[in-house]
Design a protein around this ligand. Structure first.
Ligand code: PLP
Length: 391
């Protein structure tokens, strides 16, 4: 038994991170200083985008994408039911209509065939699909080639909710996200690949959109002489759109830049942990390890293991209780969004609307994955799970 809690995810902070934050705390700028654009430049370099806008969290970045892209009451936005709520709440913030397409039963990402069926039926009833928020769930990569062909065929925009997939590769390319989606959303919450405490970013090669997002990040205010109606002096600003305060601080961005330097190392550890789980749980009847297509290198933000609980004569609740008794705290990602009371009550979604997502939810547990998880902790998780399941 390990004394320390083993949870499904955890930040990884070392002395260099602490030193960077302290350095900025002692500087002239706590917010809106040089570290924000420095972090943005570092994100552009690593992920190959022309622009990046760092913001206060990943929900804010989705909201800004939605607002800057002009989503409104006449638009339908589609995502996967297996994601965090923020992936589709951003549509509702703009008055747009939320919709879902079921997941692929192997990759757990949005199924492009189901997506096309959904778009087809929506178009037939006169509805306009403005955008699809495809989620590289758990760090596995969507079928972006197929999604891109659909976006061209049916004329909608692609958003990559990339919060789980920093460092994932598609056809040996870590910079695939902006090549397929017009906008890419990131979160730097502590359980994610890199952290700024709270934080997020938008990546895009569309410079006009990036400028809009920057404006909306800070109340729609500008001092840009080219945009002003009048100019009364150096203090003068104008509000030219209705924006928000979604700014991130300089000390958070200094932390983000330092964390980004370590991302490749973190990925090595995450993949090593995943391959230990793969080895332990592959070829066990009624257990399914994550499936990764040959063109994909998974980033393992999560390690979703599917267990047919009935066959092991145990409920998931019991399993969680037994594991927590051993100081192991798994999670479930995710409760299908369409089954949330808000979505059922306001949009009429119901059970069996997305059967593959619902079946996935009934079986999923997320095993602990984070870079500082030691080999002996990984073995302890494996042995504990096997003993509870009586394998
Ligand atoms: C897929 C996905 N999208 C969006 C978000 C929202 O990010 P944040 O928590 O930084 O607001 C998260 C965070 O959990 C997420 O996992």
């Amino acid at each position: 038994m390990f004394d320390s809690k083993i949870s499904y995810g955890k930040q990884c902070i070392d002395e260099s991170d602490i030193n960077e934050v302290v350095r900025v705390l002692k500087s002239d700028w706590l917010t809106q200083g040089p570290e924000v654009s420095n972090f943005e430049n570092n994100l552009c370099k690593y992920f190959g985008s022309t622009n990046s806008v760092a913001v206060s969290n990943g929900t804010a970045s989705l909201h800004l994408i939605a607002k800057a892209s002009g989503w409104n009451v006449n638009d339908v936005i589609i995502t996967s039911p297996i994601s965090f709520l923020a992936s589709i709440n951003c549509a509702i913030y703009c008055g747009a209509v939320p919709e879902f397409a079921d997941i692929d039963s192997k990759t757990y990402t949005i199924d492009p065939v189901k997506l096309e069926e959904k778009i087809f039926s929506l178009k037939k009833s006169g509805k306009n699909v403005k955008a699809v928020v495809a989620v590289d769930f758990a760090g596995n990569v969507c079928d972006w080639k197929f999604l891109k062909s659909l976006s061209e065929k049916y004329d909608f925009k692609l958003v990559n909710d990339f919060c789980h997939a920093l460092g994932a590769e598609y056809y040996n390319d870590k910079q695939y996200a902006v090549k397929f989606a017009e906008t890419v959303n990131m979160s730097f919450h502590p359980v994610k690949h890199i952290t700024t405490g709270e934080g997020g970013a938008v990546l895009t090669d569309n410079t006009e959109l990036a400028e809009k997002i920057k404006l909306l990040r800070t109340h729609g205010m500008t001092k840009d002489a080219n945009l002003l109606e009048e100019n009364h002096g150096s203090w003068y600003y104008e509000m030219i759109d209705l924006g928000f305060n979604y700014r991130i601080t300089d000390f958070q961005c200094a932390l983000g830049s330092n964390q980004l330097k370590k991302l490749d190392g973190y990925l090595i550890n995450r993949r090593k942990i995943a391959s230990a789980y793969d080895e332990a749980f592959s070829n066990i009847e009624n257990i399914t390890i994550p499936f990764v297509r040959p063109e994909v290198k998974h980033a393992y933000h999560l390690y979703p293991l599917l267990i047919n609980f009935e066959k092991f004569n145990i409920s998931r609740k019991e399993l969680f209780e037994k594991l927590s008794g051993k100081n192991i705290f798994c999670q479930v990602h995710y409760i299908p969004i369409h089954l949330q009371p808000y979505y059922k009550n306001n949009y009429g979604f119901k059970k069996n609307d997305f059967p593959i997502a619902e079946d996935f939810y009934s079986k999923e547990i997320s095993l602990p994955v984070y870079p500082t998880l030691t080999d002996s902790e990984v073995n302890y998780v494996i042995e504990s799970l096997k003993s509870v399941l009586k394998i």
